[in-house]
Design a binder for this molecule. Structure first.
Ligand code: DGT
Ligand code: CA
Ligand code: ZN
Length: 645
């Protein structure tokens, strides 16, 4: 698969202009890269790069520039390039030498461009000197140590390539939920506004809020007579890097970042996290990233069945289908069809005999079930619960009144205490806790005891002032303490005693990863024994798409915490809401809930924008069957203050 859409976009149906400014700029850039890969003269390469930059930054209408011929008067647009662009923009045809360039450049070389930090010049060199012609062969020669001795390369760049190859593979396989949702929602919005589209909805793992997404599934309701028109219009939408297959009812495509109208930025990332997901290479990986999508067009009366089927999970579907069989019905993506009527008919032909359903609720009702929210469709007990009116009343964003693990400029946060408090109030929160890093964590500018206590004094002043003004909002003061040797905390007891709470987290990941499960589990328990430890922060240290967590028996840890809570000590487990973490895993939330261990959903915000990550935590909590009373976030400031006392 090509990286970052190394294909020529299809002309939109109703030009001119047949291509957008962004499309033209990115094609010019592609042509430059391909020319360089093919060893073209550097001046030629540069002229395409310059034209790409110039046209990309233009505010004028491209169609106008072509129609009036003014394009030819622009600096850097020679006769050749001017005619090529005139033909593309005015007639919707790419020049044949650009098409040849795209078709004749070996796919393996293009694939290598996706490796972070690797450009066309070096790819060409390795191709000529070592015969490298794909990511796979590159990996082999790097492992054989053949790259390091090459002039201008060396040991370090050889290692960097190996790291890059690994990152790329991980990145291509699945994408994080936040990224998948961004692509999915952007494309869904575009489809929803097309003529003839009645409804467009995201299905699959994205709708179920899985922590990572393999591919996107979209279901679109369109009257049968409009299928062809709508499917053509979808293929003309911006954001499509490649078409893998296209019929009137099923379209298989690859989306790239051009789906985002306002461009694509990754935002501020906590340095600990960034390190695990590729460091400075991460941004390049993300901006040249792609995601596969399957779009299905169905008539409106079939839509609920198709939506339910492609929402999955596969396991949930299998259980549902069995339930249908038990009732003499056949459930599939086209309908819920009585055996007696369908006979040997298949697909849409059988769908004519389907029981009627205008929405998913009615499908579930036909099977004597309450509607199951998509997050729960994993066949982990939801069907039994839906049968007996025992489905949980899941937590929602509205239940959230505050969060306890957030950073300010005192450690590695971007925003001041005041900015964070302001934003929390604007979000409608009743309280906010700040827990800056402790001194041991140098990379995160861990704060000294003195600075920490000063922050506490400031917080008390604000709280007093708000109370006097009758403002129902308060700050809680905590620390995110590193868990040190033998489970010790990172401040003396008298300092910790001054705080409202302590989030204890592991940051020395490589040390913890080098040890076994028993030792790690015991150290976490030792740390929980400390009377000041209130919250176990990001309990496994995993970074999605970055690294696995350290080995730990979280079942045992949660059981231990349950006993401590029974003895009257508040010990809460964090569900870190950063979409890079989502740690506690949703699969363990249900277990914590069963044991009665309180959960606290924390955005671990390092900026005001980071506070909004709470929504991913709520998604994961819902997926883990969590209800409002199971989280500390739903308490009022006053109630929480009592619990922390
Ligand atoms: P992903 O894409 O790996 O993150 O996960 P999903 O759940 O989106 O899975 P995907 O894209 O392979 O298929 C979308 C849904 O279609 C899936 O959740 C359930 C349904 N589906 C796919 N294949 C089968 C199947 O063989 N049997 C059944 N019962 N359902 C299937
Ligand atoms: Ca999928
Ligand atoms: Zn933190």
């Amino acid at each position: 698969m090509a990286g970052g859409g190394f294909t020529l976009p299809k002309a939109r149906p109703n030009g001119p202009p047949y291509f957008s400014r962004n499309q033209i700029a990115s094609v010019l850039h592609q042509v430059a890269v391909l020319l360089e890969l093919n060893g073209a003269n550097v001046f030629r390469v540069r002229s395409y790069q310059n034209a790409s930059r110039m046209l990309g930054g233009l505010t004028e209408d491209l169609g106008e520039l072509v129609a009036t011929g003014r394009l030819f008067e622009m600096k850097g647009i020679g006769k050749g390039l001017g005619s090529a662009l005139t033909q593309a923009i005015g007639e919707g045809r790419w020049p044949s030498d650009w098409v040849d360039l795209h078709e004749q450049t070996p796919k393996g070389l293009i694939e290598m461009l996706g490796i972070p930090g690797l450009g066309p010049k070096r790819i060409k060199l390795m191709n000529e000197e070592l015969g490298v012609d794909s990511v796979a062969t590159l990996k082999q020669v790097a492992l054989d140590g053949l790259i390091a001795p090459m002039k201008g390369f060396g040991e370090k760049s050889q290692q960097r390539m190996l790291n890059g190859i690994e990152l790329l593979a991980r990145f291509r396989a699945r994408r994080r939920l936040d990224v998948g949702l961004m692509y999915g929602e952007a494309f869904q919005t575009k489809i929803a506004t097309l003529d003839g589209v009645i409804k467009a909805q995201l299905a699959g793992s994205a709708r179920r809020r899985k922590e990572t997404i393999g591919d996107l599934d979209l279901v679109v309701a369109v009257e049968s007579e409009n299928h062809e028109m709508v499917s053509q219009a979808i293929l003309g939408l911006p954001g499509i890097a490649d078409v893998k297959g296209a019929g009137d009812s099923k379209i298989s495509i690859i989306l790239d970042t051009s789906v985002f109208e306002g461009g694509f930025t990754v935002g501020h990332i906590d340095p600990n996290v960034l390190d695990a997901i590729g460091g400075e290479d991460y941004e390049q990986l993300e901006s040249s990233g792609t995601i596969d999508a399957q779009v299905r067009l169905v008539p409106p009366e079939v839509f609920p069945f198709t939506l339910a089927y492609f929402t999955g999970s596969k396991e949930h579907n299998i259980a549902m289908r069995q339930r249908a069989i038990d009732r003499g019905l056949k459930l599939n993506e086209f309908g819920l069809i009585p055996d007696a009527k369908a006979g040997d008919l298949k697909g849409m032909a059988a769908a004519k005999f389907s029981l009627h359903a205008t929405n998913e609720e009615e499908i579930y009702r036909h099977l004597d079930l309450e509607w199951v929210t998509p997050e729960l469709r994993e066949d982990t007990g939801e069907i039994v619960a839906a049968e007996s009116s025992a489905l949980p009343t899941l937590l929602t964003g509205k239940d959230i009144r505050g969060a306890l693990h957030n950073h300010t400029t005192l450690s590695d946060g971007e925003a001041t205490l005041e900015q964070m408090a302001d934003t929390a109030r604007k979000m409608g929160w009743n309280w906010l806790g700040v827990a800056d890093h402790s001194p041991t964590l140098k990379i995160a500018n861990g704060a000294s005891a003195e600075d920490l206590l000063q922050q506490g004094a400031t917080i008390r002043e604000y709280n007093t002032a708000w109370a006097n003004e009758g403002v129902d909002f308060r700050l809680f003061h905590g620390v995110e303490s590193d868990i040190l040797e033998d489970g010790k905390l990172d401040h003396p007891d008298d300092v910790l005693g001054e705080l409202d709470y302590t989030v204890a987290s592991v940051h020395a990941i490589s040390k913890w990863k080098a040890r076994d499960e028993v030792q790690n589990t015991e150290e976490l328990m030792r740390c929980l024994d400390h009377p000041s430890t209130t919250i176990l922060g990001h309990p496994t240290g995993r970074i999605l798409q970055g690294r696995d967590g350290y080995e730990v028996d979280l079942f045992a840890v949660l059981e231990y915490m349950a006993e401590q809570n029974d003895d009257g000590h508040l010990k809460a487990v964090e569900l870190n809401a950063s979409p890079y973490r989502l740690d506690l895993d949703w699969r363990l939330c249900k277990h914590a809930k069963g044991l009665g261990v309180p959960i606290i959903i924390n955005p671990d915000a390092h900026s005001i924008r980071g506070l909004a990550d709470i929504s991913y935590g709520v998604m994961a909590a819902r997926k883990g069957w969590i209800e409002s009373p199971n989280v500390l976030n739903s308490l009022s400031g006053e109630e929480l203050s009592r619990r922390l006392a």
